[in-house]
Design a protein around this ligand. Structure first.
Ligand SMILES: NC(=O)c1ccc[n+]([C@@H]2O[C@H](COP(=O)([O-])OP(=O)(O)OC[C@H]3O[C@@H](n4cnc5c(N)ncnc54)[C@H](O)[C@@H]3O)[C@@H](O)[C@H]2O)c1
Length: 328
């Protein structure tokens, strides 16, 4: 069998770097394109990184041709919801225009498949939970809207250039490489698990936004998915497209929700330390519960989460946090 060649945008970032490791482990030939605006050089094995911006369509088309890529996994984007509401132009430009450039380069280079990092934020405040892929698309922030706009671009590039796509709508990515080589290190960090771990380390309290929701303990429920389970969904999506599958959207979540307090308890169990926290008011636009219906991904792509124990997910994140701090 010939080696499959894949180009990964944003492969120096959190989810991209885990996916790149898994692709390499499974024998794929991988070229990473990343401008390192948010990612880390050391996240990419030596010899695989092309340092460039995805907005450079001409150069990207040349890299696609040189690498012989048959498919693209497109992670590169800005990801912070709050920031997107303060700087919409920057978000639309990087996320939408950047993706348009990726698609134009693919059309030029004759690359026919793309797996795209979409998000549960496309559903906004859904009318029910668990959330099905058929629920209305009604984003409530610029970040979510930017992903909807790219999903629209994908439809037209399929229709006109026969570029087939899988849109993976992730829920809350968390955890780290079980061997501790990679992990989550966003700056600024906005995700719960690393924030709680930072609170444990620094003694500075983490804020819980609202404890009066209609949930068992009053705090918000989210669907926490281990980054390696997420990475595997990309490989299954690639295999589906390379095998002739048609364009489709899939939720990627475990189908089980956990409250903020459950995360805090899991961190306390794993670290053996008390988590300092304070409770603040609700954040505007934060729904009480966001949990994925992931049956479609399970039945159509044969995916199943491997990490369903919250403590195991937290343990991997904690191992990475300690390792990066001590530099070991
Ligand atoms: N982390 C989550 O929980 C989550 C949830 C839903 C969706 N997503 C999506 O998954 C993708 C990856 O998220 P992440 O958490 O790994 O983010 P990340 O910030 O760690 O990684 C993004 C990577 O893209 C690179 N990048 C950004 N703009 C670029 C550009 N113009 N040219 C080249 N490289 C560029 C950054 O340098 C970074 O390495 C994003 O598209 C994000 O919207 C993430």
């Amino acid at each position: 069998m010939t080696t499959r060649k894949i180009l990964v945008t944003g492969g120096a970032g959190y989810i991209g770097s885990h996916t790149v490791r898994l692709l390499l482990d499974q024998g794929y030939e991988v070229t990473v394109v990343d401008n390192l605006s948010k990612g880390y050089r050391e996240n990419v094995p030596v010899g695989h990184l092309v340092e460039m911006d995805i907005a450079d369509t001409r150069r990207l088309a040349a890299v696609l041709k040189e690498s012989g890529a048959e498919a693209v996994v497109h992670f590169a984007a800005f990801i912070a919801v709050g920031e997107s509401m303060r700087e919409p132009a920057r978000y639309f430009s990087n996320n939408v225009c950047g993706s348009l450039s990726v698609l134009a380069a693919m059309a030029d280079a004759g690359v026919r498949h793309i797996v795209f990092s979409s998000t549960a934020a496309v559903y906004g405040n859904p009318h029910a939970t668990p959330i099905l892929e058929t629920f209305p698309i009604q984003p409530v922030n610029v970040y979510g809207e930017s992903k909807v706009m790219v999903e629209t671009l994908l439809r037209w590039f399929d229709e006109i250039h026969q570029i087939t796509n899988v849109r993976l709508r992730y829920f809350n990515a968390c955890g780290a490489d079980p061997q501790g080589r990679l992990g989550e290190q966003h700056e600024p960090e906005t995700h719960l698990v690393p924030l709680v771990l930072r609170a444990v380390e620094s003694g500075q309290p983490v804020t819980i936004f609202g404890d009066d929701y209609d949930t068992p303990d009053g705090t918000c429920i989210r669907d926490y998915i281990h980054v390696n389970d997420l990475a595997r969904a990309h490989i299954q999506a690639l295999e589906y497209l390379l095998g002739g599958g048609t364009s489709d959207a899939f939720n990627v979540g475990t189908g089980t929700g956990h409250t903020v307090l459950e995360i805090i308890r899991a961190v306390e169990e794993v670290t053996g330390r008390k988590v300092p926290y304070t409770t603040g008011p609700r954040r505007e636009g934060d729904p009480a519960a966001l949990v994925a219906a992931s049956d479609k991904l399970r039945t159509k792509l044969g995916w199943k989460p491997q990490y369903t124990d919250l403590r195991e997910i937290v343990r991997h994140a904690w191992n990475f946090a300690r390792k990066s701090k001590t530099g070991t």
